[in-house]
Design a binder for this molecule. Structure first.
Ligand code: ATR
Length: 279
C-alpha cells in the first residue's frame, strides 16, 4: 500500500497498543478495496487522552478504535454517543465526521453468534460481569433474547450488571447468580467472557463441561487465544455448536470499518488477515 499526501488515517489508541491485531486486519481490508486509507496505532498516556482526541480531530484523522484503558474516559471528549454505547458506558469506536462514539464490541459478539443461530427469543447464559459481558449483555437485550442470566464469581457484580441491563427497559427480569450454580438445561446460548482457558492457562477447568451441555446449545467463547479453547472442546463433544472468539474480533472490526468509511467491510479478507496475525 502506497502512503500518499491524500491518504486517510484511522488508528487504534490505547495503552499499550503494540500487540493489537487490528492494524493488519483493517489494512488488509483497505488494500482489498483499493481504498486510500492506512490504519496505525498510537500509545496514548491516560493523562494525554483529551489532547489526543482534540489533536486527532485537528489533524483530520478519520476514525479511532479505542482500547484499554480509555474506553470509558474517552466519552467526555466526544460530541455525541450512540444510544447503546451510552447505555453500556464505554466506547471503542470514534467517528471524527461528527465526533461520535460507538461500541462495536457487543455487536461483534451478536454477529458471531448470529452466524450459527438465531438470537431473538433465546435463553442466554453469560459468564463474567466485566466490560465484555456488559457490552454483550446490552446488545443481547436489544436483540430480543427471551431470558438473560448473568453468572459471575463475584455475585454482587453480576447483580449490578443485571440491574443496569434491566433498567435499560430493553428486557425485563435479567437474573444474576454465582458461576458455581450454572445450569444449562434450559439454555440455548452460553457465552464465556471470563479469561478462563486463555493462554497460557489453557488447561484451566472450563466454565462448563460436556455433561452440562446438550445438542440445542450454542457456545460462544470470547477467548480467542487459543482458537479452540477447552470450553469449545467440551461443546463439540456434547454436540453443541461452537462459536470462536476470533469472530467477535472480526465483526467488531467490520462494524467499525463501516462506521468510518460507509462501505461494506470485506469480512473474508479481514478474517484471513486476523487468522494469519493470531497464528
Ligand atoms: P473484560 O473487559 O474482558 O470483561 P474484566 O472487566 O476484567 O475483563 O472482567 C473479567 C471477568 O472475568 C470478571 O467477571 C471476573 O470475575 P470477578 O468479577 O469475580 O473477578 C471474571 N473472571 C476473571 N478470572 C476468573 C476466573 N479465574 N474464574 C471465573 N471468573 C473469572
Amino acid at each position: 500500500m502506497e502512503i500518499k499526501g491524500s491518504t486517510n488515517v484511522v488508528a487504534l489508541i490505547g495503552h499499550p497498543v503494540e500487540h493489537s491485531f487490528s492494524p493488519p486486519m483493517h489494512n488488509a481490508a483497505f488494500e482489498a478495496l483499493k481504498m486510500d486509507y492506512v490504519y496505525t496505532a498510537f500509545d496514548v498516556n491516560p493523562n494525554d487522552l483529551g489532547n489526543a482526541i482534540k489533536g486527532a480531530d485537528a489533524l483530520n484523522i478519520k476514525g479511532f478504535n479505542v482500547t484499554i484503558p480509555h474506553k470509558i474516559e474517552v466519552m467526555q471528549y466526544l460530541d455525541e454517543i450512540d444510544e447503546i454505547a451510552a447505555l453500556i458506558g464505554a466506547v471503542n469506536t470514534v467517528d471524527f465526521k461528527n465526533l461520535k462514539g460507538y461500541n462495536t464490541d457487543g455487536i461483534g459478539a451478536i454477529k458471531a453468534i448470529g452466524d450459527v443461530t438465531r438470537i431473538k427469543d433465546k435463553n442466554v447464559v453469560i459468564a463474567g460481569a466485566g466490560g465484555a459481558s456488559r457490552a454483550i449483555s446490552f446488545y443481547l437485550a436489544k436483540y430480543g433474547v427471551n431470558s438473560l442470566k448473568i453468572l459471575n464469581r463475584n455475585v454482587e457484580k453480576a447483580q449490578n450488571l443485571a440491574g443496569d441491563v434491566s433498567d435499560s427497559g430493553l428486557i425485563d427480569g435479567v437474573e444474576a447468580d454465582s458461576i458455581k450454580n450454572m445450569d444449562l438445561s434450559d439454555a440455548n446460548i452460553l457465552i464465556n467472557t471470563t479469561p478462563v482457558g486463555m493462554h497460557p492457562n489453557v488447561n484451566d477447568t472450563p466454565i462448563a463441561s460436556t455433561e452440562m451441555m446438550h445438542e440445542d446449545l450454542t457456545v460462544f467463547d470470547a477467548v480467542y487465544n487459543p482458537n479452540e479453547t477447552g470450553l469449545l472442546k467440551e461443546a463439540i463433544k456434547a454436540g453443541a455448536k461452537p462459536v470462536y472468539g476470533i469472530k467477535m474480533l472480526l465483526y467488531q472490526g467490520a462494524e467499525s470499518f463501516e462506521i468510518w468509511t460507509g462501505k461494506k467491510a470485506p469480512v473474508d479478507v479481514m478474517e484471513d488477515a486476523l487468522t494469519r496475525t493470531l497464528g
